[in-house]
Design a protein. Sequence first.
Length: 75
Amino acid sequence: MVSFDHMSRYIQADTLFPESPFFKTDLSGSIVFEIKSTLDDLDLTIRMVRDFNLKAVPNSKYANAVNHTQTALWR
């Protein structure tokens, strides 16, 4: 499965739908082409990254969100 992520944004909130959300953006101006692969199609994924000269970068949306919204995690 592939997807294109535009304007990834994060928010720290105590409720699911805050009234005045303040979003923080991640990778501003970038479009992330995300490839989700299983072992069955791993060869195809590797060839596609190589053939199109793509940059393979591990990316965790959850870790990015925590990193962008939490300021005092280790107190």
